[in-house]
Write a protein of this length. Structure first.
Length: 577
C-alpha cells in the first residue's frame, strides 16, 4: 500500500475535485466509505455530487471557521491510500476499516477520549488511471475544540501506518523501505510518454500471442479495463527510455575489467558519454552522464549515472574495478576522448571476438562460484546485492545483443537489478569472488543474432538462472516477498521461453534449471509500525463498544475581539486635557 500526502487550505476545492470527473474522467460514482459519524450517516450509500461536496466541505471546515484558527502551511490534510493493480479491488467495508485504522494511527481521532477529534472523510471513486484501487482521506487539522492536530513527521508516520495496515489486512507489503532499496522514479511527462508506449507494446504483444494461440483469445478492445491495465503494467518498465540506457550501461559495466574498458564499451554500444570533472581538473572524473543517440534534429536527453540506478553511480562502479594510478590515467584519457567526440585512445578486448572455448570454461567457473556462494548466508546483503547487479548485467548484455526490442531477457535483467538498488553503498564481497559473472557478461555481450552457439548459450543460461534462484532465496530470507515474486516470475516464465528457443535450435538438449519456490516468511514490523498496529487494534475495540451519534458536535462561534484602540484614546485624552 502506498500513501501520498499533500497539504492545502481549500477544503471545498479538494472535496469538489474528489467528487468530480477527475483529470481523465476516471472518477466513477464517488461516495463516502468512512468519516466522522454525522457525515457517514447523512451520506451513506449516496453518490456525492457537487452540491453534496460543498455541504461536506462546509461541515469539515466548521471547526476552523467557527473558532477562527489559522494553521501555517494549510489546515487541509489530504492523503490517498492505493494498492497495486494485481491486488484487485477491496470492498467498501474493508476500505472503511482501513480508513478508520489509518486515522487512528495518525492521531486524528479523539485519542481514546483524551482529545477532541478532527473532522474527516474518506472517499472512494473507482480506480486510478493505471487501474489501482484507492481512497482519498481529507482531514481538517483543526480539532473540534480549536486545538491543532500534530503533523510532525507525518510522511514517515504514514509509511509506518500503512506497513501496519498491510499486516492487519493481509495486503501486499511495500518491502523497499525495510530493505533500504528503491528504484529511481520518473517525471509526470516521462510517465505519460511511457504509458503510451507501454500501451502500444502491450497491445502488439497480446495480438501476436493471440494469433499464435491454439485457443481463441478475446480481442484487445474487448478485454476488461483491469486486464488491459495488467498487460500494460508489465510493459511499463521495459518501455522507459531511461531503463533502456540503464540496461546498456549495466551491461557495459558488468562486462568490463576496468574503468577505461567501461567507457569504450558504452561508446561501442552507441551511447553518448559525457564525464563530470572535479573543480579545475580534467584528469579527475567524479561522475558521468549518458544519452541515447537522438534522431536528426532532436537534442539528446542526458541522464546522470545515479538517475539510471543507485548501483550505476561512478563511485559504486569503481568498487568492482582495480584501483591503480595507471588505470586512473587510462580511464581519464578515455573519458576525455568520449567527452570531446574523439576516437578511443587504446582499443581493448571489447573489439576482439572471444575464443569459443571460453563458453565452456565460463560455464564451469560459474558452477564453481555458485558452490562458493552456497556458503554465504542470505543475510549478507552486500554480497547478494553485488551478485544481483552482475547477474543483471549479464542478462542485460545478452538482451542488447539478441533482442530487437526489450523482451524476456531485458525483463529478467530489470528484475534482478532491483535487488542491487540499495540506499547505501555496498562493500566488495569478501567471502566469494564474482569475476566469473563478469566473464559471462563479456561473453554474452559478444553473442550474435541468429542463435549461433545455442547449446553453449543454453548451458550458460542454466547457470545464470541458478544465480537468479540464489538471489530469489536471499530476497525471501530478507522478507522481500514482492521482489522475490518478481524474480520468480522472470526465471520461471520469461527465461524458460528463452531457454526453450535456444535448445530448439541446438543439436543437443540442455536441461533447464528448475525454479524452486519456498514459502515467504511472515513480515516483521519495526517498533514504530508495531506500536501503530496496537493503536489500531485498541481503536477498533473502542469503536466496537461505542455507539456513534449521527448528530454533529456543537461548535461555539468564536468571540472575535475588536482591535484595541487604547493607545489612540490615551493620545486623544491627553490632548483634550
Amino acid at each position: 500500500m502506498m500513501p501520498n500526502i499533500t497539504r492545502g487550505d481549500r477544503m471545498a476545492g479538494l472535496v469538489s475535485y474528489l467528487a468530480g470527473p477527475g483529470r481523465a474522467n476516471e472518477h466513477e460514482s464517488p461516495h463516502l466509505v468512512a468519516g466522522d459519524p454525522a457525515m457517514t450517516a447523512w451520506y451513506a450509500d449516496t453518490e456525492i455530487d457537487h452540491d453534496a461536496a460543498i455541504a461536506l466541505a462546509r461541515h469539515l471546515e466548521r471547526p476552523r471557521t467557527a473558532l477562527d484558527v489559522d494553521v501555517p502551511g494549510g489546515h487541509v490534510w489530504h492523503c490517498s491510500l492505493s494498492i497495486r493493480v494485481e491486488e484487485g479491488r477491496l470492498s467498501d467495508e474493508t476500505w472503511r476499516q482501513i480508513a478508520d485504522d489509518f486515522v487512528t494511527a495518525m492521531g486524528f481521532d479523539d485519542n481514546e477520549g483524551t482529545k477532541a477529534p478532527c473532522r474527516w472523510i474518506a472517499m472512494h471513486h473507482g480506480d486510478s488511471k493505471t487501474g489501482n484501487d484507492h481512497i482519498h482521506i481529507a482531514v481538517n487539522l483543526v480539532r473540534e475544540d480549536g486545538t491543532k492536530a500534530s503533523i510532525h513527521h507525518d510522511f514517515r508516520r504514514a509509511q509506518s501506518a500503512v506497513r501496519a495496515l498491510e499486516v492487519r489486512y493481509g495486503l501486499e507489503t511495500l518491502e523497499s523501505v525495510r530493505a533500504e532499496r528503491a528504484t529511481r522514479g520518473f517525471s509526470p511527462a516521462e510517465q505519460r510518454r511511457v504509458q503510451a508506449q507501454a500501451a502500444r507494446a502491450a497491445q502488439r504483444k497480446y495480438e501476436t500471442r493471440s494469433a499464435e494461440s491454439a485457443t481463441p483469445m478475446p480481442a484487445w478492445d474487448s478485454l476488461p479495463a483491469r486486464d488491459r491495465h495488467q498487460h500494460i503494467a508489465a510493459e511499463v518498465q521495459l518501455q522507459v527510455p531511461r531503463q533502456e540506457l540503464a540496461r546498456t550501461v549495466r551491461a557495459c559495466s558488468a562486462a568490463s575489467v576496468d574503468e577505461a574498458e567501461f567507457v569504450r564499451r558504452m561508446r561501442r554500444a552507441g551511447v553518448l558519454v559525457r564525464p563530470r570533472y572535479a573543480d579545475g581538473r580534467t584528469d579527475v572524473i567524479t561522475g558521468y552522464s549518458v544519452a541515447a543517440r537522438p534522431a536528426p534534429g532532436e537534442r539528446p536527453a542526458w541522464y546522470g549515472g545515479g538517475s539510471l540506478g543507485r548501483d550505476l553511480t561512478l563511485p559504486r562502479l569503481r568498487d568492482g574495478w582495480p584501483d591503480s594510478p595507471e588505470g586512473a590515467g587510462a580511464a581519464a584519457a578515455e573519458w576525455n576522448a568520449a567527452g570531446r567526440g574523439r576516437r578511443v585512445v587504446a582499443p581493448g578486448r571489447e573489439t576482439v571476438e572471444p575464443d569459443p572455448r571460453m563458453w565452456a570454461q565460463c560455464t564451469r567457473e560459474l558452477g564453481e562460484l555458485r558452490e562458493r556462494l552456497s556458503a554465504v548466508p542470505v543475510e549478507d546483503r552486500d554480497t547478494w546485492a553485488t551478485v544481483a547487479r552482475q547477474t543483471a548485467g549479464a542478462f542485460a548484455a545478452w538482451s542488447n545483443q539478441l533482442e530487437d526490442e526489450p523482451g524476456d531477457l531485458a525483463a529478467a535483467a530489470d528484475a534482478l537489478a532491483k535487488s542491487a538498488q540499495t540506499f547505501r553503498r555496498t562493500e566488495t564481497p569478501k567471502q566469494a569472488g564474482t569475476l566469473a559473472l563478469g566473464s559471462a557478461a563479456m561473453l554474452l555481450a559478444s553473442a550474435t543474432h541468429g542463435g549461433k552457439g545455442a547449446v553453449a548459450q543454453a548451458a550458460l543460461l542454466r547457470e545464470l538462472v541458478r544465480f537468479g534462484q540464489s538471489v530469489h532465496a536471499a530476497a525471501l530470507a530478507a522478507q522481500q516477498t514482492r521482489q522475490a515474486q518478481l524474480i520468480e516470475t522472470s526465471l520461471r516464465d520469461r527465461l524458460s521461453v528463452v531457454h526453450a528457443n535456444l535448445v530448439r535450435v541446438g543439436e543437443h538438449q540442455v536441461p533447464a534449471a528448475p525454479v524452486v519456490v519456498s514459502e515467504p516468511p511472515k513480515p516483521v514490523l519495526d517498533p514504530t509500525a508495531q506500536a501503530m498496529l496496537e493503536r489500531m487494534e485498541a481503536g477498533h475495540a473502542q469503536r466496537a463498544t461505542e455507539a456513534a451519534s449521527p448528530v454533529p458536535n456543537t461548535i461555539e462561534q468564536a468571540k472575535r475581539q475588536e482591535k484595541s484602540s487604547q493607545g489612540t484614546d490615551r493620545d486623544r485624552g491627553g490632548a483634550e486635557r
